[in-house]
Design a protein around this ligand. Structure first.
Ligand code: URP
Ligand code: ZN
Ligand code: ZN
Length: 470
């Protein structure tokens, strides 16, 4: 299949110009002015932005959590992602304690096989790390294309690993081209606060937030950074939510430490007041870290603008309000943690970032596609529009408006955290490896057409500002 995209405004992380793009099969083969090449299909992109497909580096499809399973699987979740202009997700396989990471990877491959409509890759969540685990890590990095590993400082007894394990994993990753992604929150202190709250009869959803103070996130970030320095390893902080935590990242990066971090739309557009809603409504926003006071948002935007934060991903982990969130009706600590977002990320960030004047269009592309591709070993195959890159392309209408709603979204969840919000900037036509997956709201892709993408080993130090590298 040969496709010609005409007259579009091509926006990458660095360029912004009008040209045509010729796609032969799955890759971009020519970019130029007034291309006159015979194609099977011509797409007119006049007055549209033509951007690299979004890369959401943090999703949880069909993830077991708190006695239930996240509501989107690899089929519904990737369909929703495609509608929102995302063409690659990086999801998390989970090593159950006492089992091998290779088994976990097999299990997650089985979950995704034949289901995805867009491309996907995996991180590995490490829950214990005996000597054999280091062998598994090496095999994942060298042979299986899984080059990043998430460790938890939170959820004692379930996912938390101790500082010795963190140090061992970081040392090994640093030496072998892997990256440790850290859920940085002091879960041990948080557990004390949760128990104290429950003993005092404080059971409502808002106590989820009130028992997870930003100071405990900053402590986790600080610990992760200091351990990474001794381990001589880069570190990537996931779902950073607060000014307190950002301050630690900024200080470390200013010292030349290879510390990276993502934030998520929920921390940029939603805030603590959502927990104060009537009845059990606040459960919709029970996620970890929790939504913070609105005052944090300005600081996070500054962090995004100044490159102290490099990525916006969603932490998409939806649970239905009915029956799933309701598991915690009488006890906030039993509400499954997580919320939906994979479908809305691109429009939310464009609207809140570019339309509202906080970042420019290049930075929008960088935060949602190019930077995650570079950090996680997908670049230049993905994350840009260039000759030789996969034709993962979004024809994005910067002037079209839409109102976000659970009644029209494609995520398999019975509410939308942004219900009723009008956004300007909509993904109209979405191509994954040259194939049109979504066109004007209609799904054309089929389950199984999305491929597992092996990622390459990482050299994160190269991605620090050169003046800072020690
Ligand atoms: O609340 C959240 N974030 N749920 C997903 C699991 C995680 O910690 O990322
Ligand atoms: Zn996490
Ligand atoms: Zn997550």
């Amino acid at each position: 299949m040969k496709t010609l995209i005409k007259n579009g405004r091509i926006v990458t992380a660095v360029d912004d110009y009008v040209a045509d793009i010729f796609i032969d099969g799955e890759v971009i083969t020519t970019i130029g002015l007034d291309l006159d090449i015979k194609a099977d299909r011509i797409i007119d992109a006049k007055d549209r932005m033509v951007i690299p497909g979004g890369i959401d580096a943090h999703t949880h499809m069909a993830m077991p959590f708190g006695g239930t399973t996240s509501a989107d699987d690899f089929e519904t979740g990737t369909i929703a992602a495609a509608h929102g202009g995302t063409t690659t997700i990086i999801d998390f396989a989970i090593q159950a304690k006492g089992t091998s990471m290779i088994d976990a990877l097999d299990q997650w491959h089985r979950k995704a096989d034949g289901k995805a409509v867009i491309d996907y890759a995996f991180h590995m969540i490490v829950t214990d790390l005996p000597k054999t685990g280091l062998k598994d890590m090496k095999r994942l990095i060298d042979d299986e294309g899984v080059t990043s590993f998430k460790l938890f400082m939170a959820y004692p007894g379930v996912l938390l690993v101790d500082d010795g394990t963190i140090f061992r994993a970081m040392s090994f990753a640093g030496e072998h081209g892997g990256l440790i992604c850290m859920h940085a929150e002091n879960g041990v202190v948080i557990n004390e606060l949760v128990e104290r709250a429950l003993q005092e009869g404080k059971t409502a959803p808002k106590y989820h937030a009130l028992t997870r103070p930003a100071e405990m996130e900053a402590e986790g970030v600080n610990r992760a950074i200091e351990i990474s320095k001794v381990a001589n390893s880069p570190v990537y902080i996931v779902h950073l939510s607060s000014f307190h935590a950002l301050k630690r990242i900024k200080e470390a990066r200013d010292e030349g430490v290879a510390a990276f971090a993502e934030t998520c739309p929920q921390y940029l557009f939603l805030d603590y007041s959502h927990y104060e809603q009537e009845g059990f409504e606040g459960a919709k926003y029970v996620m970890t870290p929790p939504l913070r006071d609105k005052s944090h948002q300005k600081e996070l935007w500054t962090g995004l603008k100044m490159n102290d934060l490099q990525v916006i991903s969603t932490d998409h982990c939806p649970f239905c309000f009915k029956e799933q969130k309701e598991l915690g009706k009488n006890d906030f600590s039993k509400i499954p943690n997580g919320g939906p977002g994979v479908e809305n990320r691109m429009s939310l960030v464009y609207n809140g970032g570019v339309v509202q004047g906080r970042i420019n269009a290049n930075r929008f592309v960088e935060l949602t596609s190019t930077a995650p591709a570079k950090i996680f070993g997908l670049f230049p195959r993905k994350g840009t529009i260039a000759v030789g890159s996969d034709a993962d392309i979004v024809i994005f209408n910067p002037n079209k408006k839409m109102t976000i709603s659970a009644s029209t979204h494609h995520m398999n969840v019975d509410y939308n955290a942004y219900e009723g919000l009008e956004v300007k900037g909509v993904s109209e036509t979405v191509l994954c490896r040259g194939k049109v997956v979504v066109e004007n709201g209609k799904l054309l892709g089929k389950p199984g057409e999305g491929k597992f993408i092996k990622r390459s080993g990482l050299n994160l130090r190269q991605q620090m500002p050169q003046a800072l590298v020690q």
